[in-house]
Design a protein around this ligand. Structure first.
Ligand SMILES: [Zn+2]
Length: 81
């Protein structure tokens, strides 16, 4: 297993997928936003999930479902800069 595959598996092991939302079970910040440590840097978990599911990694995201700990890519809207 290469490193990327391992990291990806570790990432998804923190996500609990339900019919409604994909709940982040890892670290969250003061706002309840899920955080993921990738190579020593903290990144938004929703961004990682979004990028892993085919979205643009650089996109700024807004949780349209209003649940900050949800990382469901379909509940994300790209914000224009
Ligand atoms: Zn959601």
């Amino acid at each position: 297993m290469d490193r990327t595959v391992k990291v990806t598996a570790a990432f998804w092991s923190k996500v609990r997928k339900t019919k409604g939302h994909w709940w982040w079970g890892g670290v969250v910040n003061a706002d309840g936003l899920g955080l993921w440590n990738e190579g020593g840097a903290w990144v938004e978990a929703r961004k990682v999930a979004y990028a892993r599911c085919g979205g643009k990694p650089e996109a700024k995201l807004l949780n349209t479902c209003g649940r900050m700990s949800c990382v469901h890519p379909k509940h994300m809207q790209e914000m224009s800069a």
